[in-house]
Design a protein around this ligand. Structure first.
Ligand code: SF4
Length: 80
């Protein structure tokens, strides 16, 4: 997918998803199911929001995770 809002962000940049490494089994379902293709495996082996600014907050990653490892935390002010 072409990403319209810029390139990838660093793995330690602010993101509003948390991936619990104690729960995540690295199945990749959240990465595969994201309609905006913003999630990728990071160098630490767990998903992160590589194209954070293209996220449309669908929450699909939260709901598809079979391990309840994904939490949406601080939402951008526009959708609060
Ligand atoms: S769907 Fe859940 S368990 Fe699978 S890679 Fe994503 S966070 Fe990890």
């Amino acid at each position: 997918m072409d990403h319209l809002n810029g390139g990838p962000i660093s793995e330690d940049a602010f993101q509003w998803l948390e991936f619990n490494p104690k729960r995540c089994n690295r199945c990749g379902d959240c990465i595969d199911m994201c309609p905006m293709d913003v999630l990728y495996f990071g160098s630490h082996g767990f998903p992160y929001m590589r194209y954070r600014d293209d996220c449309w907050y669908y929450d699909i990653c939260v709901f598809v995770c079979p391990r309840q490892a994904v939490t949406m935390t601080d939402l951008p002010y526009l959708i609060r």
